[in-house]
Design a protein around this ligand. Sequence first.
Ligand code: GLC
Length: 553
Amino acid sequence: MSLTVRSERPWWRDAVTYQIYIRSFADSNGDGKGDVEGIRSRLPYLKTLGVDALWITPWYPSPQMDHGYDVADYMDIEPDYGTLDEAKRLIDEAHALGIKFIIDIVPNHSSDKHKWFQEALKAAPGSPERERYVFRDGKGKDGELPPNNWQAIFGGPAWERITEADGTLGQWYLHLFAVEQPDFNWDNPVVREHFEEVLHFWLKLGVDGFRIDVAHGMIKEPGLPDELKGADLLTAQKSPYFDQEGVHEIYRAWRKIFDSYPGNRMGVAEAWVSKESLPKYIRPDELANSFNFHFLDSKWDVKELKKNIKESFELLTTTGAPASWVLENHDVTRSVNRFDQGLKGGGVDSPLKRFGDTSKFDIKRGTKRARAASLLMLALPGGAYIYQGEELALPEATGIPKDRLTDPRWKLSGYTDPGRDGCRVPLPWKADVAGSYGFSGNPKLGDSDSWLPQPKHWGTLAVELQEKDPESTLNLYRAALDIRHKEAGLGDGTMEWIEAGKDVLAFTRPGGFACYVNFGKAISVPAGEILLASNPIQSDVLETDTAIWIRTK
Ligand code: GLC
């Protein structure tokens, strides 16, 4: 298979994948929560935008303690979101438009309402029911202390003590995330078999791939030893519960399953691991993509971005896999705010690190930088993932009233970290507030009636307005994705850095294409034909915080 011709290589080497946070995308039945039919009604929008694939966040039955990342049944659809028939129709209609379809799979933990966990609670210590999860006796005289010192990612201890069926205080179970998200025991073949069955179920229904939640989790170090230091996810530091060698065996088994179906089915890893570890997840017999969170974690800083792009690209591609660039998702502060406020994307645990100094937030400057970053990302070799609303340059909603915050992080951090709700606010489709700015099919809903309230200025960012404005971010994305499809040298392939001064990040792609991003004082527009610029170009000047795509020959 030739890797130089796009039409001949697997789609996931080049794809721009659009992440749909289902609860906040489009609400067809008017209950203030997004749903499957809402997505279906917006397929024409996604087609016009020009994305190649969709990734839908968990749509399974779930008590929604972590908005679907607490799954109660892996082979059905959350009734609030729709039915399996509707899901099937959505997959088929996306395919009919030439759009691939990826779903989220959550193998590290289930909901505590999952049938298996309920059975485990009722069963005795050491029983097969308990063995599907990670139950241990506590330490101390009466087992009153947790089995080890691990802390949950959302805050507090990673262990919860249960009351046994006879009413006495009993064993503890592991939950690396919320208390309601017990970790599966992946040393148990029954768990492995169950997830393989889940993969077959959805592959048969037609999905093209899986975004694997906490892909660096699942396998824990034997003996569950204390950890020496809290997890710092993006460094090379070893953790007894993340990035263990054993996870790769799981992906090698999954890859065989993907390859047993036609059409280049795939997996993409959500692995918050070091630059050195990341390539392991995308070895030829493992997954296809792994989000490059080192790119997402970069501040708006020419040196930092260049270093992270260079190092991660070089390491990632040692395996022959493509890089997967990402700037936003449902877990991190919107890039408009991050890039304005000098914030990093990962490792966030306080309002200041999450939002910066909101009194100094300059939305114009943040938007300008986010737009430039988009052109940078879409010109880099490999695929890219964009998060709903990124194409509208939505800023973070930093003013959600405290009594409306729903992210489990808010409570588990002892009410110190507002959590991730600010990037999960329902999309504004219409300028008028009716139907929560067109998000909902119920015109009676206003800006505070959907599951998360929308900021007062949301309507000014609406799809409806941006469609009519030739200089809107939406139209910038449409143009960029259109060019990306037509340029044979974009997508997967090689890049060459250009030396263009200390404040300019610049590189070429095959076929006479160049991308320049100016972080410093205004410079003259580089020679060539302008294909696209993140900001209007006047008098041949490339302003600060602007990216430009050039035809060099
Ligand atoms: C992943 C998801 C995040 C979720 C967590 C626990 O990091 O992206 O939203 O809370 O896993 O499932």
